[in-house]
Design a protein around this ligand. Structure first.
Ligand SMILES: NC(=O)c1ccc[n+]([C@@H]2O[C@H](COP(=O)([O-])OP(=O)(O)OC[C@H]3O[C@@H](n4cnc5c(N)ncnc54)[C@H](O)[C@@H]3O)[C@@H](O)[C@H]2O)c1
Ligand SMILES: [Zn+2]
Ligand SMILES: [Zn+2]
Length: 351
């Protein structure tokens, strides 16, 4: 088969590799019908994720059709159309039983790390992929939900909802700010709507992304490259700041912005993957009763989110901006990595 293989920082190629095989009874082989590229794949290509070895097939998002199941797979069969979760879960370890699949203790990939696809084992940017623990790592796609909608449930929508909305404890009437309106920030904005906030303020440097955010439910936008951004944002809040400040970029500057705009009694929910330490002004925050949360998505909410998508309560397909054939993946990476010019959100790769 063909697959996108990582060969060290800055190096990848769409090349011939052996077809994946069933290695354990609980595995399934899935033919990829639609996959996409994540900001995290770009981090890997920059060399920010050193655990990824030369020779690894990239990708942790996808929708496909099962072509083979191991004898231990119980709930799925050949021919089923499935969403591949970015996090693989054995379903039986202590963390899985708490719904914290992100820390699955099974020895596939590495014990304690649930995100293994396209990281510690071969991933989804390929014609076929082996999925371990298929029963608890795949979700059947309801008829009527198309691929470009379903693939948003592999990673970005659960991430926005679990790490942004749920950990940030968004509640009715809240004023929410989301700093960074890439796909993950937009997913947090879209799923915030489920909890009835009164105002959702999108913050970014890119006017195109800010304009897009209004389509996902943002009520207001603030371009933080403008000198008066702080006053503009605080004026939208009655002067006290926001109830929930979400960080969806992954740099110290935007984390620090969250600590400035959160109101007493409020929450900071960090979604961004950080590569450097941040300054935590605890001397100011302790007396403000601030809750700070962070985490790796578990995708435990995928069934719930899928139901909302199926019944039209969440418009996931709006994230798809470009479509390519699987073998045009180099071009797709180029378009995705120049999002400010190309206005790309999620690029679809289809067979
Ligand atoms: N916690 C998790 O489980 C999880 C899962 C998936 C992705 N992530 C992380 O979430 C973050 C966002 O992912 P994405 O795919 O949406 O990324 P992205 O790069 O597409 O979007 C980031 C956005 O932040 C904006 N931005 C950059 N610098 C800014 C600044 N100084 N002020 C305001 N806005 C700024 C950019 O213009 C862009 O719109 C990344 O760090 C990613 O690695 C975390
Ligand atoms: Zn991802
Ligand atoms: Zn587990």
């Amino acid at each position: 088969m063909k697959a996108l293989v990582y060969h060290g920082p800055g190096n990848k190629s769409w090349e011939d590799v052996p077809d994946p095989q069933i290695l354990r009874p609980t595995d399934a082989i899935v033919r990829i019908d639609t996959t996409t590229i994540c900001g995290t794949d770009l981090h890997i290509l920059k060399g920010d994720v050193p655990a990824v070895d030369d020779g690894r097939i990239l990708g942790h998002e996808g929708v496909g059709t099962i072509t083979e199941v191991g004898p231990g797979v119980q709930s799925l069969a050949v021919g089923d159309r499935v969403i591949i979760s970015c996090v693989s879960a054995c379903g039986t370890c202590g963390y899985c039983r708490k719904g914290l699949y992100s820390h699955c203790l099974a020895d596939e990939g590495m014990s304690g790390i649930g995100w293994i696809l396209g990281h510690l084992i071969d991933g989804t940017q390929a014609e076929l992929v082996r999925i371990p623990f298929a029963d608890s790592s795949l979700h059947k796609v309801p008829a009527g939900v198309d691929d470009q909608t379903a693939v948003m449930l592999s990673d970005i929508i659960p991430t926005g909802f679990e790490i942004g909305v749920r950990k940030g404890n968004v509640s009715e009437g809240d004023i929410v700010a989301v700093i960074g309106t890439g796909p993950v920030g937009l997913a947090a904005i879209a799923t915030s709507m489920l909890d009835g906030p009164s105002r959702v303020i999108a913050v970014d440097l890119d006017d195109n992304r800010l304009e897009q955010s209004l389509r996902f439910g943002a009520t207001d936008t603030v371009n933080s490259s403008t000198p008066g951004w702080y006053d503009t944002l605080m004026a939208m809040t009655d002067g006290l700041g926001v109830d929930v400040a979400m960080e969806a970029v992954g740099i110290p500057q935007t984390f620090e912005m969250c600590t400035r705009i959160v109101r007493p009694g409020g929450h900071i929910a960090n979604l961004g993957v950080h590569g450097a330490s941040v300054d935590l002004p605890l001397q100011d925050l302790w007396i403000k009763d601030i809750t700070l949360t962070t985490g790796l998505v578990s995708t435990s909410t995928t069934p719930l989110l899928l139901r909302l998508v199926e019944h039209g309560k969440l418009r996931a397909s709006a994230f798809a901006t470009h479509t390519f054939a699987l073998d045009e993946i180099d071009e797709a990476y180029d378009v995705f990595s120049r999002a400010a010019d190309t206005k790309a959100l999620k690029v679809m790769l289809t067979r």
